[in-house]
Write a protein that binds this ligand. Structure first.
Ligand code: CP
Length: 328
């Protein structure tokens, strides 16, 4: 694997291998000394043109647990404000010795452009590009769900190998909310399908992208109809991304919560086994009520914890070449 840009390019075999490697990494994360020497002497650059809490910090933690050095770049306060381009910024950081570059950018396709242009020789990991993809988020979601479906603790060290080698065959997953602006939704649809899950997308028609009916997912406009149609293993709520909306929001906020939110009433009606997921950050009280977000069956903090192991696995694969040539 040369780069990690998109789950659309990731086959089942690659995905299962990364999830299995992440299982190994979760054992390291559970140790008192959370370190492996495998990337000693290597440098990982976090190149963030957009804000982040979870992704940037967990890539940093992942790189450090593999003994790599980390350089954090944030566009805010950098020479980007003076007009420096993506190419010049990336090449400047590469000149300081980057062995891998983790890129978050508001422009869909920016990490792919960096990879294809050959401006820098290092592997590129997409940490979220515009409304396009967020592959490591989808991998950590799949990891968390795979654990939960195997009856294992959703995060932390897991005894035995019940989850290893498995996909998510037959799992029923609902992805609910602002699909239009969600890179998490697109990455999850591709990955969950590759792993054998059935995906339902639930959203108001105004928050679905053009061409969504060609995606490998069932589409519902009505949350309650979808809940009646399927016995979901997981309901993944999406954040409504007001910052990407350039027109007035329709439906209005009160209608949105009532019709597409995981309200107290809807949460109480979910089957007992249905896990609650959210990639974060959450709009509490808007797309998800506090009782659901804080419920015992909510996997939201497990998703965050697993993000470190999954990103360790991705960095390990790309920097040690221990993988296949799935993505050139
Ligand atoms: N889920 C996610 O990408 O969160 P951050 O924006 O905090 O990185």
């Amino acid at each position: 694997m040369r780069h990690l840009l998109s789950t659309a390019d990731l086959g089942r075999e690659d995905a299962v291998r990364i999830l299995d490697t992440a299982e190994e990494m979760s054992q390291v994360s559970a140790r008192e000394v959370k370190k492996l020497p495998v990337l000693r002497g290597r440098t990982v650059v976090n190149l963030f043109f957009e804000d982040s809490t979870r992704t940037r910090i967990s890539f940093e933690a992942a790189a450090k647990r593999l003994s790599a050095d980390v350089i954090n770049f944030s566009a805010k306060g950098s020479s980007v404000s003076k007009g420096e381009s993506l190419q010049d910024t990336a090449q400047t950081l590469a000149a300081m010795g980057a062995d891998a570059v983790v890129v978050r950018h508001p422009g869909s396709g920016a990490p792919a452009r960096l990879a294809a242009a050959g401006w820098i020789g290092a592997p590129i990991l997409n940490a979220g590009d515009g409304t396009h993809e967020h592959p490591t988020q989808a991998l950590l979601d799949a990891f968390t769900l795979r654990r939960a479906l195997a009856g294992l603790p959703a995060s932390g060290p897991a005894e035995g190998d019940r989850a290893r080698g498995a996909g998510l065959d037959g799992a029923q997953v609902a992805i609910v909310g602002d699909v239009l602006h969600s890179r998490v939704a697109r990455s999850n649809v591709h990955l969950l399908r590759a792993l054998g899950a059935h995906v339902s997308l639930i959203a108001p028609p105004t928050l679905l992208p053009w061409g969504v009916h060609t995606w490998p997912a069932e589409v519902f406009y009505d949350f309650d109809e979808a809940l009646a149609a399927h016995d979901f293993d997981a309901v993944m709520m999406l954040r409504v991304q007001f910052e990407r909306m350039h027109q007035s929001f329709f439906p209005n906020t009160r209608e949105y919560t009532r019709l597409w939110g995981l309200t107290e009433q809807r949460y109480r009606r979910l089957p007992a086994h249905t896990a609650i997921m959210h990639p974060g950050p959450m709009n509490r009280g808007f797309e998800i009520c506090a009782s659901a977000a804080d419920a015992e069956r909510a996997l939201i903090l497990d998703q965050v914890e697993n993000g470190v192991s999954v990103r360790m696995a991705a960095l390990y694969e790309l920097l040690t070449g221990d993988g296949t040539e799935a993505q050139q």
